[in-house]
Design a protein around this ligand. Structure first.
Ligand code: CO
Length: 134
């Protein structure tokens, strides 16, 4: 597979209204978009440094992956996302190498990206997202 760069860092937050001003107004990173991603049960609030984004993740419901993560570990870095040129090919390669992906096929994530997540067991402890630009 071909990694094109770090697309974003995903950060689980308790409350966007409370936690986003630091990124927006103190670090002064330009706001890019806010979007509800039903498939993941989250609101994503994205800031773009132009050299990698910050994706704040607020849970929409108590049983979402972000809620479970916060219950277990507290708020903080949730995943790192790398941009790939061809996600279908990337998933195929991962499976061939017995890397544990969370879904057999890509999902449609924020901004229409095709995404797949790799289990932390396979990466040394970090949830890794791969994403192909729409
Ligand atoms: Co992400």
């Amino acid at each position: 597979m071909k990694i094109l760069g770090i697309e974003h860092i995903g950060i689980a937050v308790n409350d966007l209204a409370n936690d986003s001003p630091f990124w927006n107004h103190i670090l002064n990173i330009k706001h890019h978009s806010t979007e509800t991603v039903e498939s993941q049960g989250v609101t994503t609030d994205i800031y773009d440094t132009q050299k990698g984004k910050v994706e704040l993740l607020e849970s929409l419901k108590p049983d979402s992956p972000i809620s479970k993560f916060i219950d277990k570990k507290g708020s903080g870095i949730h995943h790192v996302c790398f941009e790939v040129d061809d996600i279908t090919n990337a998933i195929k390669e991962l499976k061939e190498n017995n890397i544990q992906v969370l879904t057999d096929k890509y999902l449609i994530g924020a901004e229409g990206f095709k995404v797949v997540f790799i289990h932390p067991k396979s990466t040394g402890g970090v949830l890794v997202e791969l994403a192909e630009k729409p």
